[in-house]
Ligand binder design. Structure first.
Ligand code: FAD
Ligand code: SF4
Ligand code: SF4
Ligand code: SF4
Length: 353
């Protein structure tokens, strides 16, 4: 075997994982047989289960820097290049400093009782019903309000996954599994970091599997939590076991947990110790690279705010029936700006410091 100098998993570990920058998206493990996601729920990082074969010629076809390094959302990313590649540059109606590229900004509510307006679940089921997708990657609720990434092929599986779980789960790890299982039209829903990873994977995949179609539905995200710490804080502050909760919501600076028919609340700032470290170094609130982004900020309770970015996103939204509400662009920009400022402050203080 001949050695060559490259980045590979070693650099990913040094630059991202060991500095607590890993978002646990699972992109690095999606296509490489040497990486597995640490099963210990308190660690949530990828680990090398045997030897990385990047530096060994003739063993595995891997990119120059290592595919795991290239697809990680936290390594250097040409966001503008990906926007131009995937968000139909010719049809761009507007490029906003805080909202990114978008064609339309809407508030909507469907008949599905989802986290907000049920827009995500409605679009996913409509897309599946109209054969736009072979499968959909969703986050299903696990024990204790944890989340697990799932490849859903049936409408009832998609419906069952409705609702927000405020914890990270490796959505992007499932793209590899779906492709290996013969799927070519894949929809993935995820936080902005997961959508970024999905786009990076899509760029790599298109070289080898040109017929691949990935539809990305992004969720607004200000921050996310370690499951064990969130459970502990919820018990400490509200006296509730997450297992008994029917809904968790973070809105307007409040953390609300509904359990046994009652809603308990506290300030979201009280959860600071449970916030994932990597989220302090993230400046994308609106999933700028998604075909369509959905959140609650900017619309009334019970409605979803929808940012349509690409033709693919536009087609998907056209499939569903929804009633329209008012949308407050300033409120979304204000939150996106605040996230950007927090990111600048954290970076200024030193990464991992
Ligand atoms: C960690 C996190 C933080 C968020 N923070 C904000 C915020 O600060 N401000 C804001 O406006 N909106 C935020 N959202 C988005 C918001 O909570 C709703 O998901 C969004 O408004 C869609 O509502 P809906 O009724 O259309 O979705 P639904 O129809 O209920 O569908 C929700 C979809 O989200 C998926 N999902 C649930 N949990 C996760 C997860 N952890 N990772 C990946 N996918 C998941 C499910 O698979 C489901 O398909 C956040 C979402 C997440 C996951
Ligand atoms: S993707 Fe490539 S660089 Fe990364 S662990 Fe696998 S073989 Fe090594
Ligand atoms: S690709 Fe995702 S799971 Fe892998 S190191 Fe990067 S952030 Fe972590
Ligand atoms: S804050 Fe950023 S890094 Fe954290 S889960 Fe949300 S999108 Fe990912």
């Amino acid at each position: 075997m001949v050695s060559k100098k490259s980045k590979g998993f070693e650099a990913l570990k040094q630059e991202i994982i060991d500095r607590n920058l890993c978002t646990y998206c699972g992109a690095c493990a999606s296509f490489c047989e040497h990486i597995e996601l640490e099963p210990d729920p308190t660690r949530q990082v990828p680990v090398l289960k045997d030897e990385c074969s990047l530096d060994k010629e003739g063993v595995l076809k891997c990119s120059e820097n290592g595919t795991c390094y290239d697809v990680c959302p936290m390594t250097e990313t040409d966001v503008e290049g990906l926007e131009m590649k995937f968000l139909d540059s010719e049809g761009i109606k507007e490029r906003d400093e805080y909202l990114g590229i978008y064609k339309e900004l809407i508030a909507g509510k469907t008949s599905i009782d989802g986290q907000d307006g049920g827009i995500v679940t409605s679009m996913l089921t409509a897309g599946m019903g109209n054969e736009l997708f072979d499968c959909v990657i969703v986050a299903e609720r696990g024990e204790d309000f944890n989340a697990g990434a799932k490849i859903a092929e049936y409408i009832d599986e998609i419906e069952k996954a409705k609702g927000t779980k405020y914890v990270q789960c490796p959505m992007v790890s499932k793209i590899g599994e779906a492709v290996k299982g013969g799927k070519r039209k894949i929809a993935v829903v995820g936080t902005p970091c997961e959508i970024r990873a999905a786009r990076k994977i899509q760029s790599v995949l298109l070289k080898d599997v040109p017929q691949i179609e990935i539809t990305t539905i992004g969720l607004f995200c200000f921050e996310n939590f370690y499951h064990d710490k969130l459970a502990k804080k919820t018990k400490e502050l509200l006296g509730i076991d997450l297992a008994s909760a029917s809904k968790i919501q973070i809105t307007k600076g409040k953390y609300l947990v509904t359990a046994n028919g009652k809603t308990y609340k506290t300030k979201v700032a009280e959860l600071d110790e449970a916030v994932r470290e990597n989220c302090r170094y993230c400046d994308d609130f609106v999933a700028r690279l998604a075909d369509i982004s959905v959140g609650s900020v900017g619309s009334e309770d019970g409605y979803s705010t929808i940012i349509v970015r690409s033709e693919r996103g536009e087609k998907l939204l056209d499939l569903i029936d929804f009633s329209r509400g008012d949308v407050d662009k300033e409120e979304i920009s204000k939150t996106a700006k605040l996230k950007h400022e927090k990111f600048e402050t954290a970076v200024g203080a030193g990464i991992g410091g």
